[in-house]
Design a binder for this molecule. Structure first.
Ligand SMILES: [Zn+2]
Length: 362
């Protein structure tokens, strides 16, 4: 600065200035286009602190591919997890993916994220991350029966079950119940969440992404960004190769899930009710499947967009193939589509002015 502009500034000020200049969002065209065409519109957002000399926070938005693997969409590096930085990050994301009724966000529902999402994506829905809430409950209350009830309430598909369990939570701890209500737990639970969330209950995918980059978090920002880019490039290459080899109709993980569901379904009894309705189960434990509407009274079928045990049994009973009842997002064709493009290295690197990492960051 002194040589070029004749301005004297302290070393730390120069470094802070560099951080501001590096506030940037990285989204890869290949993953944004893959997401828009081939993935469920469920996006997890999270942030984690950087450990390098520049401090700051790494914000990530991730989706999930049909094989239940993390699919990163956008990365941003900001000063801190403030209202302003979430708004900046999410408004950039909005320019790329738009807002829609089908869009679901999953986060720890901290005020700053919540505010930015409701302002920028008014049509979307916003669920809480079950994994984050569990972590908070352990920290605040550390009560085994409370955790047990919480987990059951979080995963039930039935509204009555959910309400009964919440009542029990209240009896165990009025304060914990109040905390869950304030954090929007019921709003984000499986039973009260309507459609489109599929089976994605937590954003610990975003969180595990952060842990994968734990070491890289102490790199200088430019090195971190290049590390992320090269990791994405590798993932896209490897997964494209796996998807191209896949010979089943569904992705390997969903094919396995469907097989298990089918096997468990064969133990159940099925009876015809009407042209569309099939009763599945024994005596006082029965569910009713509607194959034309693709629903089951257990609600698992319509929420996951994959047959539950009852739907599987009903389909076999009626001579329908199970694949007809699975969302296209779980198909191996969509899986291939999501990774069809390549993530390239940054072009013409010789033309780039890359800041040299300072001595104490290496
Ligand atoms: Zn069912």
């Amino acid at each position: 600065m002194e040589r070029e502009f004749g301005v004297k500034i302290s070393y730390s000020k120069a470094r802070r200035g560099k951080l501001h200049a590096l506030n940037m969002l990285h989204a890869f065209g290949a993953s944004i286009r893959g997401y828009i065409q081939y993935l469920r519109s469920v996006i997890c957002v999270d942030g984690s602190h950087l450990k390098g000399p520049y401090k700051g926070t790494l914000l990530v938005a991730t989706a999930q591919d049909g094989n239940k693997q993390i699919y990163p969409l956008a990365w941003g590096i900001v000063d801190a997890k403030t209202n302003k930085s979430w708004k900046w990050f999410l408004s950039n994301l909005k320019d790329l993916i738009g807002d829609s009724k089908e869009l679901v966000f999953i986060s720890d529902r901290k005020k700053s994220i919540q505010k930015a999402i409701s302002q920028l994506f008014p049509s979307s829905r916003h669920g809480c991350c079950i994994w984050h809430m569990e972590k908070n409950l352990i920290q605040r209350y550390n009560n085994a029966s409370l955790l047990f009830l919480f987990k059951r309430a979080a995963t039930t598909f039935q509204v009555e079950d959910f309400e009964r369990l919440m009542g029990q939570i209240r009896r165990v701890s009025e304060r914990a119940h109040g905390y869950l209500e304030r954090a929007g737990y019921s709003f984000g639970s499986r039973a009260l969440f309507i459609e489109h969330r599929y089976n994605i209950m937590t954003n610990n995918y975003a969180e595990s992404l952060n842990s994968m980059f734990r070491k890289a978090r102490s790199l200088s920002i430019t090195c971190l960004v290049e590390h992320i880019r090269s990791t994405m490039q590798k993932w896209f290459y490897e997964r494209r190769a796996n998807a191209e080899e896949c010979s089943t109709l569904l992705t390997p993980r969903m094919e396995n899930e469907l097989r298990t569901t089918f096997e468990n379904g064969t133990r159940l009894r099925a009876h015809v009710l009407t042209n569309n309705l099939t009763q599945v189960g024994i005596s006082n434990d029965t569910d009713i499947v509607d194959l034309s509407e693709e629903t089951c009274t257990s609600r698992e079928f319509q929420l996951n967009h994959m047959p539950c045990v009852h739907a599987s049994r009903a389909a076999c009973f009626r001579g329908k193939t199970l694949y007809e009842l699975c969302s296209r997002y779980y198909s191996s064709d969509y899986w291939k589509g999501a990774y069809s493009e390549t993530i390239y290295p940054v072009p013409k690197e010789v033309d780039w002015v890359v800041p040299v990492p300072s001595a104490n960051s290496s």
